[in-house]
Design a protein around this ligand. Structure first.
Ligand code: HEM
Length: 469
């Protein structure tokens, strides 16, 4: 039985220096065989002490029961700061709570359903572009494009013109490629001047390019909000009419001070939603297409499900809800290739877990990648089986061993949004196309900010009606 690709783990743990000099390409390469069966591991690096926690009860303690003692790691904030500023993804305490309160309403189920039409417009544009897909062409950039386009349409009511999209997405590729190098330099506590070398300059420039593009979109709307606050009725009406997430951020004021958000605070949140909202979904969609191409019989089952549902009703929120197999293929892709492979926290107080004493200030990593492939929690952990979610024999309840969207109060705000867009995009492709991997092609998973395929995904698409005629 074919097994979906995953980087073969080393036999044993690599030395620290080997990790530093040879594993900077992808953190997945630093894993070794025992990583896939351990419940807790300890790593002493020059710049920090790091604990890897995979045991479900301890994960729950960190992410749900004692969240206040395990805030988001400063290292993550430092790495993302040039791009995201002080956004909800990295802040803690009161600042985070204020930002979460502000964003939560925009991501409620009802609100997510309202943007289905906008998602569908973007999916239809994707289908039009796919008509020009060459056999064996990489489909990963298309998944990145369509998910970024959905974010622009739903968050900022604007479409992403191809030249601007390419500039932003290419800058993000550079940012993502340089980020793990900085993380390693920080973990190894290298002197400041070594952390500010050529790679860091490239990274900062890429972040600035993305922020400038987002600032250009936000600025006129921000001015409109200022005019509305100064009493201009037309500006207020225009602002209220655009029922996107940017509008709700522009209209919100701080509960305690009554002040609106500043321009840079708004740019921080929008940049974060752009990053968190398209990169993760694009990764998961590309992996879903890979799995479907690798398992043609599952692809045929899923196609049949889509056709069956769409014979009774048009593509809609209700229709995709009925596509249970499509949903479970996406779930299984998120299990095997969770876009956020590591969740990183910090210990504010010294504490004990299993046989380890963790000093205050230690870093804690929870890895959906390892937990989702842990042999004790899953049958056939590296195998593809979308039907496992409807069977009754899951080895461990999903609530304990499945966390592609995180858990507890910091759980992903966009989980319902992501599920809806993914089902829509997959169903649209499955309805119109049969697809296979290009001859001899195998993707190479790499772990950077998200888990992507280093060499993309080369697919051959064939239109279904062409095949039948
Ligand atoms: C398949 C797609 C997605 C995956 C796998 C994913 C995964 C995650 C994970 C694991 C976290 C928690 C990180 C942690 O605890 O350290 C998270 C947080 C977050 N995600 Fe997502 N995400 C996805 C899509 C989205 C989308 C579409 C949006 C918005 C449009 C979004 C916005 C956010 C935000 C704002 C947070 C921070 C929440 C907080 O800290 O309060 N995500 N995501």
């Amino acid at each position: 039985m074919t097994c979906p690709v995953f980087p073969k783990p080393a036999k044993s743990k690599a030395s620290l220096w080997k990790v530093f000099f040879t594993k900077r390409r992808s953190w997945l390469d630093a894993l070794y065989e025992r990583s896939y069966g351990m419940k807790m591991g300890e790593y002493k690096l020059p710049g920090l002490r790091l604990y890897m926690v995979n045991q479900p009860e301890l994960v729950r303690r960190i992410m749900v029961q004692e969240v206040g003692n395990f805030p988001k790691n400063r290292l993550l904030g430092d790495i993302l700061e040039p791009l995201l500023g002080e956004s909800i993804f990295t802040t803690n305490g009161e600042q985070w709570q204020k930002q979460r309160n502000m964003l939560d309403p925009a991501f409620k189920h009802a609100r997510v359903q309202q943007v289905f039409g906008l998602m569908q417009d973007a999916a239809n544009d994707m289908l039009a572009r796919l008509e020009h897909h060459r056999p064996g062409q990489d489909i990963d950039p298309e998944m990145t494009y369509v998910t970024a386009d959905i974010i622009f349409r739903t968050i900022m009511s604007t479409q992403l013109p191809p030249d601007q999209a390419n500039r932003i997405l290419e800058a993000f590729v550079r940012f993502q490629a340089e980020s793990p190098k900085l993380a390693l330099r920080k973990m190894f506590n290298l002197p400041g001047w070594l952390q500010r070398g050529r790679s860091e300059r490239k990274r900062l420039q890429a972040a600035q390019e993305i922020r400038t593009a987002i600032e250009d979109i936000v600025r006129p709307r921000y001015r409109q909000a200022e005019a509305a606050r100064a009493g201009c009725p037309q500006s207020r009406a225009a602002l209220e009419q655009q029922q996107d997430i940017l509008s709700s951020l522009l209209l919100t004021t701080d509960n305690t001070t009554g002040q609106p958000f500043s321009f840079s605070e708004i740019v921080d949140q929008i940049s974060m939603l752009f990053l968190a909202g398209h990169e993760t979904s694009a990764s998961a969609l590309t992996w879903s297409l890979y799995l479907l191409a690798l398992y043609p019989e599952v692809q045929e089952d899923a196609h049949a499900e889509v056709v069956r549902v769409l014979e009774q009703q048009p593509m809609s929120v209700e229709a995709i809800r009925k596509m249970v197999l499509v949903r479970d293929i996406f779930r299984e892709a998120l299990r095997l290739y969770p876009p956020v492979g590591f969740l990183s926290r910090e210990c504010t107080h010294a504490t004990d877990m299993r046989d380890k004493h963790m000093p205050a200030g230690s870093s804690v990593m929870i890895s959906p990648w390892l937990i989702h492939r842990h042999q004790e929690f899953w049958d056939n952990p590296h195998g593809f089986d979308p039907y496992r979610f409807t069977g009754k024999n899951l080895k461990t309840p999903l609530s304990k061993s499945y966390l592609p969207f995180g858990a507890g109060p910091r759980v992903c705000i966009g989980a319902a949004f992501a599920q809806q867009e993914a089902s829509l995009i997959l169903a649209s492709i499955l309805r119109d196309y049969r697809f296979t991997l290009a001859e001899g092609f195998a993707p190479q998973p790499v772990g950077r900010l998200t888990i992507r395929s280093e060499n993309g995904l080369q697919l051959v698409l064939t239109r279904r009606e062409q095949q039948q005629s």
